[in-house]
Design a protein around this ligand. Sequence first.
Ligand code: NAP
Length: 176
Amino acid sequence: MTRTVYYTATSLDGFIADEHDSLDWLLSRETDHDGPFGYRAFEQRVGALAMGATTYEWVRAHDPGSWAYTVPAWVFTHRELTAPPGADVRFTRAAVADVHAEMVAAAGGRDVWVVGGGDLAGQFADRGLLDEVVVSIAPVTLGGGAPLLPRRLELARTDHAVNGEFVAVRYDVVRG
Ligand SMILES: NC(=O)c1ccc[n+]([C@@H]2O[C@H](COP(=O)([O-])OP(=O)(O)OC[C@H]3O[C@@H](n4cnc5c(N)ncnc54)[C@H](OP(=O)(O)O)[C@@H]3O)[C@@H](O)[C@H]2O)c1
C-alpha cells in the first residue's frame, strides 16, 4: 500500500537548508548511500514525488544538464517554470489533496515522496496525507534557514540507525 513519506536530511536544530539555501553543510558529510536509511534503497520504494519551487530551482541550478528522477514529479509553484527536456515534471498550483490523489494513482502501489521543503510537507500533513517522516540528522547546528517541518505533529519512532556521520530516524505520523 502506498505510503506518503517526507524523507530528508536535517541539521540538529531542524533546518534543511541554511539561510542562503545552501546544502554545503550537508553534502560534505560522510554517508553510505547503500547503507541503512540510504538513498538507494529508498528510491526503489518511490513511485511519484513532490517538491516546492525553491527545492526544484536548487536541484536545477546544481545539476543543470540533467534530471535525476525517473518517476513522475509534481512541482508546486505559482510561477511559470520550465522542465528539463524529456523529464516528467508537472508544475501545479492545484489543491494538495487533488495532487496527492494523482500522485498515488501514478505511483502504482509504490510510495509517494515529499522531497520538501518543510512547509510543503506540512501542507500534506495538514490534510492528513503524510504517513511517515524519515530524517537523517547531520552533526551540525545552523542557527537558521529553511525549517524541517514547521507544524505541531505527534510522531512515533519506528526505526533508527547510524549511517556515517548521520543518525537516521523513521517516524510514523500519529493521527487523531
Ligand atoms: N536537506 C535536504 O535534504 C533538503 C531536501 C529538500 C529541500 N531542501 C532545501 O530546502 C529549501 C526548501 O525551501 P523552501 O522552504 O522555500 O520550500 P519549497 O517547498 O522548496 O519551496 C517553497 C515554494 O514552493 C511553492 N509552493 C509551496 N506550496 C505551494 C502550493 N500549495 N501551491 C503552489 N505553490 C506552492 C511556492 O513557490 P512560488 O513562489 O513559485 O509559488 C513557495 O515559495 C531549499 O533550499 C531546498 O534546496 C533540502
